[in-house]
Design a protein around this ligand. Structure first.
Ligand SMILES: Cc1cc2nc3c(=O)[nH]c(=O)nc-3n(C[C@H](O)[C@H](O)[C@H](O)COP(=O)(O)O)c2cc1C
Length: 232
């Protein structure tokens, strides 16, 4: 068992407020992009690209757009949620050292992508795996990553000259951080809690009552094989 991998997985955090703005060494940037590029992909389509954004003018334009979308979202909330949302920082676009925009090209590897004929979204799943690889590699490098999704795709396509049909999937703020919090920002700000693992695990079929708790028929076996209980 590689306990360092588990450590990185559990240390990873979405970062907004802890960016220092210090430089990201070129070698570290190369390693995290290389980790992203090593992700699995449907039909080996590798449908991702990475736009490294350093230009302050581009970041300022994106930041302005995000502020607008923040207001659009806030307008959908009730009064109590508006108050809680007001405390929550949703991006570190200007404070982070750089940004990486990850895109999805549905035509890459086409027209017959092996394994995507029945599930078109499998291409997007592949991009998300690249993003997670990048996020974990950055954590291993002691860098923070913050995923920003408060934007409209056409705005980013225009801003970054992304040609159709390529879609932006994530704007990732990246850079050194003072520290990584031990709990998600949304949990710390009383927005939403993490679910316990047992509530997410089902056995044999979807169940709304027994989630992950040992099935009565299996209680004995599960108690002697804790890894089969689905409980953390
Ligand atoms: C697809 C996706 C989009 C997200 N968009 C935003 C965002 O726009 N702003 C933000 O502050 N956090 C965003 N996040 C971060 C989540 O809020 C965060 O992952 C979640 O609260 C759990 O916290 P953790 O990543 O620190 O464990 C996004 C995460 C994902 C996976």
């Amino acid at each position: 068992m590689d306990s360092q991998l588990y450590d990185v997985i559990h240390r990873r955090r979405d970062v907004r407020a802890q960016f220092t703005g210090e430089p990201v060494p070129d070698e570290a940037l190369h390693r995290i992009l290389s980790a992203a590029h090593a992700a699995p992909s449907v039909g080996l389509s590798q449908p991702w690209d990475f736009i490294v954004v350093r230009d302050p003018a581009v970041r300022a334009a994106f930041h302005g757009h995000v502020q607008h979308e923040r207001a659009v979202f806030a307008a959908t909330l009730d009064a109590s949620a508006v108050r809680r949302f007001a405390r929550i920082k949703i991006e570190g676009v200007l404070e982070s050292t750089l940004s990486i925009v990850v895109t999805y090209d549905p035509d890459r590897g086409g027209p017959t992508v092996l394994g995507r004929h029945a599930i078109a979204d499998a291409g997007l799943y592949s991009v998300c795996l690249a993003i997670q690889n990048l996020w974990l590699a950055a954590t291993a490098e002691n860098l923070g990553v913050g995923w920003v999704s408060f934007y409209r795709e056409p705005f980013l396509n225009d801003l970054l000259a992304i040609p159709a049909p390529i879609r932006p999937v994530a704007w990732l703020c990246v850079g050194p951080v003072t520290h990584l919090e031990t709990a998600p920002d949304l949990e710390r700000n009383g927005w939403r809690d993490r679910r316990p693992l047992w509530a997410a695990v089902h056995h044999d079929r979807w169940s709304s009552g027994l989630h992950g708790r040992p099935h009565p028929d299996r209680a004995e076996r599960s108690s002697t094989h804790p890894d089969r209980t689905g409980m953390s």
